[in-house]
Design a protein around this ligand. Structure first.
Ligand SMILES: [Zn+2]
Length: 266
């Protein structure tokens, strides 16, 4: 709740009219995934563009009890707030909807609540969702999407990054859902609604079981994991990976800024 209040205050101080979208849903809490009724809220701000077409820029603001959550997901929220400030006074073609999601770690519930509460016309007008989740600790920066017609934003971002000196990679035909077929992050509700997503995450798919869960060499963090561990702290990341935090946040901000400004216009 303090994180939601903080985000609301920052967005309001930039100048946005901020909306709090409360929801109650069944989630799964802790290691044992105990079914629990969760009350939380999304924090929303909209920047009107020249067109009715909406790009959602989303990041969850909750973390797990075992971690402070610098990477997962203060990193995503930080990028969201930076973009909200950047675009406040800048005309854009697309309408931008900044959504800080509640209760991702027990669901993902906030993104599901957000998509459920869209009107038919809003759903139709939403042309892309940018998901920002754990973007700074991992060794490499990735962008994922669905396949087929859904790859447009991902592929544009990869191309733009290559031409502008940013190291951005993808995993094609990636399956991000868990063993039971449930989404593991906030892309899921958008994917189910047929809204193309581009999901930014820093990790390292060449390590561990090659499933993207080992983020860094095994000598760091908890056997290569930063998120959901006591190592998910800014002071630790700055100590073991000097410069990485700034470099990574700058890269993600730059790439998403380019998508918003230039995707589909040339
Ligand atoms: Zn996360």
């Amino acid at each position: 709740m303090q994180a939601a209040d903080y985000i609301q205050t920052v967005l309001r101080d930039i100048g946005y009219t901020v909306e709090r979208q409360p929801f109650t849903k069944i989630g799964w809490v802790g290691e044992d995934e105990i079914e629990t009724r969760i009350a939380s809220a999304n924090v929303l701000a909209t920047k009107a563009g020249e067109s009715e077409e909406i790009i959602v820029i989303g990041a969850h603001y909750d973390s797990v009890d075992t971690a402070l959550g610098a990477d997962d997901n203060a990193s995503g929220v930080g990028v969201l707030l930076e973009l909200a400030e950047t675009f406040y006074d800048t005309p854009t073609r697309y309408t931008l909807r900044f959504v800080a999601f509640g209760a991702e770690e027990v669901g993902p519930l906030g993104s599901a609540a957000y998509v459920e509460q869209l009107s038919a016309i809003e759903r139709e007008n939403t042309i892309a969702m940018i998901n920002l989740d754990s973007v700074m600790a991992g060794d490499r920066l990735y962008v994922y999407s669905g396949e087929g017609r859904e790859t447009a934003v991902r592929d544009w971002a990869l191309d733009w990054a290559t031409h502008n000196g940013f190291n951005l990679q993808t995993i094609q035909h990636v399956n991000l859902d868990d063993e039971d077929g449930y989404p593991t992050a906030d892309y899921g509700a958008f994917q189910d609604a047929g809204i193309p997503f581009a999901y930014f995450e820093a990790t390292n798919w060449t390590l561990g079981k090659r499933d993207g869960y080992t983020q860094v060499e095994r000598s760091y963090g908890n056997n290569g994991a930063i998120i959901h561990t006591v190592y998910d702290r800014l002071d630790y990341l700055d100590e073991v990976f000097p410069g990485r935090v700034d470099e990574r946040l700058n890269a993600v901000v730059s790439i998403v800024k380019a998508i918003v400004s230039s995707w589909g216009t040339a």
